[in-house]
Write a protein that binds this ligand. Structure first.
Ligand code: ADP
Ligand code: MG
Length: 691
């Protein structure tokens, strides 16, 4: 929400609670103002001791009539409190001399806790308490309880919030008529949420239905809608070539030549993409589908539609191995139909590269497949109509933008800029709501069905002690003509250790499996070496491939039926799922073995359990979200930075509708207010909203 940058804190010099606040992201006044209580405690009233029943929680006030340390059995402090109508024992199992002073005979004490019938009659065990004067006023507001940590006491946080609320820039931006009727101004809403009056129903605050909560949700949803509308308006100013395939054209011929029929889901997304390509505005679509769902052929059909209409197509993948897989597949499908495919990667240099670049510039190569090399400055397309980015989350915003700029503007209608259509692919399924809130202006197509004939992968979780049995299993698989992957741990701090592990494992497995060709693949190898190893494995000559995570994405060897992941506890859930997706690509029953080294952290345990329980990428993504929180989900690594922090799209449909209606009007009638509102809420997220 805030616009000012967080000051860089001198970490060491700060007091512990301040450091604890920073850890929670509570740095600026506005951060504290938006740190909302999770519940409230009612300290605004005193109840007579005699009215409290067993199990009631309440606040009482009385005079201490007795204060003694009981030393028989467990040492404890017993304090009798008398409010003139009844008596109650306060029992403290941990106490300091200062407590005895506060609770000395004759003191007036206010205590809050749950009443139970104990050994000493009616009692409160470890109540909250403090000494007061008989006429000390009661708080007028409910006491907030904030999400916090052990290092950050509630009392400290409460004070910090009060003073921050006074300073934070919370002036009312939205004109009357925009905010749904009955909702308070922003500043007032926040005051209510932090310090609700004693009559406020806490249920409405705690279940977020209170008007003050509704106001915050509306603010946030409006910002989201405004930024989407801004992005759509920006896209409407762009023009793109209309790529409409003729009947009997390239796309249809490719479809007819495929060795399989498309699944219903593939047919649906192919149609969605074709409709976009036929419009004079650039497509901006995310194609998501679980690993193995068959995105490549959808990309090929989109490319065929573009090329059939006379325009070039570029396909960019994050790694050379993956790019090469695409290249082989696409050449296999398209070369027989007369299409020349160019190949551009970092390892293709000098004359060879020059030759490819020229083919692209002349328009002789209608399709270009490669890595980042595709967006180098010297690559000029004759007429780029469609850009496809595989594993799009591995590319930065700048790289996607560079690809979009590869179509130089001739032929654009006056006042418009010409851009190619953009198709992004991802095997990391993003829950739709999350995708919508991260990418303001993005259409999403989902392949939610696997090609037929796949046998579900069985996942087994073993302690590393089971290694010999796992190696035995590899021997059996290989004897049956199948192939196996063995993935080595990722040690984030050190690529060097990674390599040592992989090399040692490679040696171990080579020794344990005489007569079996065992390959090694890691990030430090030259692209040509990697390609040579991959070629042997793809051809089926190499039976076992030991690899660091370089095989993570996209590799497609249907004959591989066993995947062993060593130190599985060190991988993220999405990554494990990606890796597992390398097997189960053919009709053979496949197994994924997750080896872990004890002790497992609670998160590690959760992840492995999730993997064993489901093969469904969407379910995995949902659990990942649960375990990690949405901030990290997109690789943003700013925890708690999800765009929708207050609103819940599933629950707040009515508010969302209001925001949808209000956004275009505000943009039209008061664009500067709209801009200020977006700036206030989304300034730090703007990056995601652009590309
Ligand atoms: P991903 O979505 O993970 O990129 P791929 O495109 O690599 O998946 O497809 C996985 C495998 O399934 C490939 O071998 C591909 O040729 C095959 N495939 C794709 N679509 C179908 C289909 N409709 N029927 C049968 N096999 C298919
Ligand atoms: Mg793929």
């Amino acid at each position: 929400m805030p616009t000012e940058k967080a000051p860089a804190p001198a970490a060491k010099a700060l007091p512990a609670p301040v450091r604890a606040m920073h850890k929670l992201g509570l740095v600026r006044d506005i951060d504290l103002a938006l740190h909302l209580p999770m519940r409230y405690v009612d300290e605004t009233r005193i109840v007579p001791i005699s009215s409290l029943r067993d199990g009631d929680t309440g606040q009482v006030q009385g005079t201490v009539s007795e204060c003694r340390v009981e030393s028989r059995g467990r040492r404890q402090l017993l304090v009798k409190l008398d409010d003139g109508h009844g008596e109650l024992t306060l029992r403290l199992l941990h106490f300091y001399p200062s407590h005895q002073k506060t609770l000395a005979v004759g003191q007036t004490v206010r205590a809050r806790g749950e009443v139970r019938h104990g050994f000493f009659g009616r009692e409160m065990v470890h109540p909250e308490f403090r000494a007061v004067q008989p006429d000390t006023p009661l708080p007028q507001a409910l006491t907030p309880v904030y999400p916090s940590t052990a290092a950050l006491p509630q009392a400290y946080l409460r004070k910090a919030v009060i003073s921050a609320l006074g300073r934070a820039p919370l002036h009312e931006l939205l004109p009357p008529g925009v905010v749904p009727p009955g909702l308070p101004p922003l500043r007032e809403a926040l005051h209510t949420l932090h310090h609700p009056g004693r009559e406020t129903p806490t249920e409405a605050l705690e279940d977020h239905s209170h008007p003050a909560w509704q106001r915050l949700k509306f603010e946030e949803l409006l910002a989201q809608q405004l930024s989407q509308a801004q992005a759509q308006a920006a896209r409407a100013k762009l023009a793109a070539p209309v790529l409409q395939g003729a009947p009997g054209g390239l796309a249809e011929r490719l479809l007819a030549a495929l060795p399989f029929t498309l699944t219903a889901a593939q047919q649906r997304v192919v149609a969605e993409i074709a409709a976009d390509l036929g419009r004079p505005q650039p497509m901006h679509r995310l194609l998501q589908g679980d690993v193995g769902s068959g995105k490549t052929v959808v990309a090929a059909l989109a490319a065929a539609a573009a090329m059939g209409a006379g325009w070039q197509c570029a396909l960019m993948a994050p790694t050379e191995i993956l790019a090469e897989q695409h290249f082989r597949k696409l050449v296999g499908w398209l070369a027989p139909l007369g299409i020349t495919v160019a190949w551009l990667t970092g390892s293709r240099k000098g004359k060879a590269r020059q030759a490819e670049v020229e083919k692209v510039a002349r328009g002789e190569a209608m399709l270009v497949v490669g890595t980042h090399a595709v967006i180098q400055d010297d690559v000029v397309f004759a007429k780029l109509g469609l850009a496809i980015v595989d594993e799009q989350h591995r590319f930065g915003v700048a790289q996607r933008l560079a690809l979009r700029k590869k179509l130089e503007g001739e032929g654009a209608p006056p006042g418009k800029q010409l851009e190619p259509h953009l198709l992004m692919m991802s095997a990391t399924p993003i829950p739709r709501t999350l995708a919508m809130s991260y990418y303001a202006d993005l259409d999403v197509s989902t392949i939610d069905e696997l090609p037929p004939g796949r046998t579900p992968i069985v996942t087994k979780v073993f302690a590393d002690g089971k290694r010999p049995a796992v190696i035995e299993r590899i021997r059996e698989e290989v004897a049956q003509g199948r192939q196996v992957y063995w993935v080595c741990p990722l040690v984030e701090e050190s690529e060097h250790i990674d390599l040592q592990n992989a090399t040692a494992t490679h040696a171990e497995l080579t020794a344990a499996l005489p007569g079996v060709l065992v390959g090694l693949l890691h990030g430090r190898m030259k692209p040509a070496e990697k390609a040579a190893v991959m070629a042997l494995f793809t051809a089926g000559e190499m039976k076992l491939l030991v690899a660091t995570t370089v095989i993570e994405v996209g590799v497609d060897v249907p004959n591989a039926s066993l995947m062993v992941i060593e130190h599985a506890e060190r991988f993220g859930l999405a990554q494990l799922h990606q890796l597992r997706g390398r097997v189960g690509r053919g009709a053979v029953a496949s197994v994924c073995v997750l080896l872990y080294t004890a002790p497992l952290s609670p998160t590690g345990k959760d992840r492995l359990k999730a993997m064993a329980e489901t093969n469904d990428g969407f379910e995995i993504a949902r659990r990942d979200l649960e375990i990690r929180g949405p901030g990290e989900f997109m690789g943003a690594r700013q925890s708690g930075d999800a765009l929708l922090r207050f609103a819940d799209l599933a629950e707040d449909g009515a508010l969302l509708q209001r925001a949808r209606e209000a956004a275009p009007r505000l943009l039209r009638e008061q664009p500067s207010v709209a801009a200020a509102h977006v700036q206030r809420w989304l300034a730090s997220k703007a990056e995601y909203l652009k590309a």
